[in-house]
Design a protein around this ligand. Structure first.
Ligand code: SF4
Length: 363
């Protein structure tokens, strides 16, 4: 395992679960394990200079008592959107990106939670499919956690892939900033699984994406899973408007297309750095020297701060033009941008979220 943990806490009700057994077997000799009757206290912030950072190193295994499936928190009728559905199997992440929205979103319960009853989510997915016969859904686990960061010890990807690969109406998206693909290479996805990587230029990786795999390692991992029968997608999100960004993003696209031909990329999403005032304060407090957090920003309709729209549109267009030059089109879409910005980049208004989601699910 690449990521260090301080402790593993297992709620008694999860003690006999398959997940707890796997984790204790994998970590028990190197990480202290404790059992508690009620894990609510263990997920809360602990006193100290960085409760959120400390939470990342405290893994808590417990049951989830609320639904696993939810609409993507980024989704909104006001914004260009892909109709993504989120399956919450874990909360928080052992990596530490300075811009990560979890710094605000899970500030009150920052422990790295993993849900032992994750198999109950499969029934939710079946119910969703039964409720809309003929529809295809793209469902991802990488919203409140990285899909693969701890996969070498949780083995969750194998169970998920084995469930999804027999269901033609579902496409699973595993989203990551790691190169933890060992389990994927041993499992046949039968075309039903997209693995997506968030990509950033080297400069952003170095300054802001702590403990993540390098951009080249992510692209190499994408190539490996593609060759193993997975579909691949990429998220350029957050795109950050720093000095030199235009050249760096163009170079990143060139590097990607050198390794993966455009016809084999299922999608590429683009979204700009956006922060609520609360997230910006938390991020600047935790990473006071990160130059990527210091750009000039203006508030949008949703109260989030973004770079000026002219700067954002310019970066999107540069990326879009680079993709267009590649010969075969790469399906690209914007995340959390207005229709106006979408039209300025692509020349047309965005399709509705369900249509985009279905198109992406079907590839
Ligand atoms: S990898 Fe994703 S979830 Fe993890 S810290 Fe970075 S942005 Fe947050």
């Amino acid at each position: 395992m690449k990521f260090e943990l301080d402790t593993l806490v297992v709620e008694e009700a999860s003690r006999d679960s398959a997940l707890a057994a796997r984790l204790v077997a994998a970590l028990g000799s190197s990480v202290p394990v404790s059992y508690v009757a009620d894990a609510r206290e263990a997920v809360r912030p602990t006193p100290g200079p960085d409760p959120f950072g400390a939470g990342k190193r405290r893994m808590v295994v417990l049951k989830r008592h609320t639904p696993f499936l939810m609409a993507c928190p980024a989704g909104s009728a006001k914004f260009a959107c892909c109709g993504y559905l989120v399956l919450v199997l874990a909360s928080n992440c052992p990596m530490d990106c300075s811009y990560c929205f979890l710094q605000e979103h899970v500030a009150n319960n920052p422990a790295f939670q993993i849900y032992s009853n994750y198999a109950d989510s499969f029934e939710e997915l079946d119910r969703l499919s039964r409720s809309a016969p003929g529809r295809h859904f793209r469902v991802g686990t990488g919203e409140l956690a990285d899909s693969l960061a701890m996969d070498s010890v949780t083995g969750l990807s194998k169970d998920l892939i084995e469930f999804v690969r027999d269901r033609e109406h579902l496409t699973l998206e595993l989203k990551t900033k790691t190169d933890e693909i060992g389990n994927l290479l041993q499992t046949d996805p039968r075309g039903r699984v997209i693995v997506s990587w968030t990509l950033s230029p080297e400069a952003v990786w170095k300054s802001s994406e702590h403990r993540t795999a390098s951009p080249s390692a992510r692209i190499a991992a994408a190539r490996a899973v593609l060759d193993a029968g997975y579909r691949v997608g990429f998220h350029l999100d957050p795109i950050i408007a720093y000095e030199g960004a235009e050249k760096d993003y163009a170079h990143l696209i060139d590097e990607l297309l050198d390794v993966i031909t455009p016809g084999r990329i299922s999608f590429l999403s683009m979204g700009s750095l956006r922060m609520t005032p609360g997230l910006r304060s938390a991020a600047r407090r935790r990473f006071p020297h990160d130059p990527m957090l210091l750009g000039e920003e203006v508030p949008g309709h949703d109260g989030r701060l973004r770079a000026f729209s002219a700067l954002r549109v310019r970066l999107y267009r540069i990326i879009q033009q680079r993709l267009a030059r590649a010969g075969r089109p790469v399906p690209a879409y914007l995340c959390m941008e207005t229709s106006t910005v979408h039209e300025r980049v692509f020349g047309v208004a965005p399709a509705n979220p369900a249509t985009i989601g279905e198109r992406l699910a079907l590839g």
